[in-house]
Unconditional design. Structure first.
Length: 231
């Protein structure tokens, strides 16, 4: 397991800082364009962008390197089981997600400092809110990837790329009146529940647990499909 962790780390360590830097640069115009007045939270927005984007780059980079270097066949010659290979990849990506959330939190705090110092605006949201937002979007990003990784383990990232784009079309369903109305109704109910409880933390905690459950179920599915794969 340690060897598999180290192999994944060697794959992304040279691009880790560059990937985060690129995501931070991309976040600058997006945050600046979204900020309108002191009621907004640019730090939270910056933290979520810098957190979620690297997670997808890491996943694509790891699975892509497997195929380019033929590592997916070679590592099965090591004294490891297919289940160990899958669990190591899932665990590594989870840790990478936590690292991205930490970097995102720092970027969010720096964004608030810069907006307060140079724009002379009152910027709300403290450390806890920014960190919780970064951690929440990391959990969501990992859960999203969990829907795609079994396919990557089954047929490889090259063939699975077409499936990776399908979820991005889901937001288009919001243009359909029945779907839009149902989504608006669900959002309204969640807001009422949050107001009734006086805090959104229980709902956020429940959402986090759902993401964890999706991730673990996906890992079990990937273990089975990878063990049955014929290289």
């Amino acid at each position: 397991m340690k060897a598999l962790f180290y192999a994944d780390w060697c794959t992304i360590r040279e691009t880790f800082a560059r990937t985060v830097l690129v995501c931070a640069i991309v976040a600058v115009p997006m945050v600046a364009a979204s900020y309108t007045d002191g009621s907004d939270a640019p730090g939270v927005f910056a933290a979520t962008i810098v957190t979620v984007m690297p997670i997808f780059y890491f996943m694509l980079g790891l699975f892509g390197a497997d195929e380019q270097a033929g590592w997916q066949e070679v590592r099965l010659a090591l004294p490891v089981t297919p289940s160990s290979v899958v669990r190591a990849r899932y665990a590594f990506l989870a840790l990478a997600g936590l690292a991205a959330a930490l970097v995102g939190t720092l970027c969010g705090l720096l964004t608030n400092v810069l907006f307060s110092a140079f724009a002379k605006l009152m910027v709300p949201r403290g450390v806890f809110t920014i960190a919780a937002s970064a951690l929440g979007v990391a959990a969501f990003g990992l859960a999203y990837m969990a829907l795609l990784m079994p396919m990557a383990f089954k047929i490889g990232i090259s063939k699975a790329r077409v499936y990776f784009t399908l979820p991005f079309f889901i937001p288009l369903l919001l243009n359909v009146p029945p779907v839009r109305d149902a989504f608006a109704g669900m959002t309204s109910q969640l807001e009422h529940m949050s107001d009734a409880m006086g805090t959104p933390l229980p709902l956020l905690a429940a959402g986090f647990l759902v993401c964890v459950a999706v991730y673990l179920v996906s890992m079990r599915v990937s273990e089975r499909v990878y063990a049955a794969r014929d290289f």
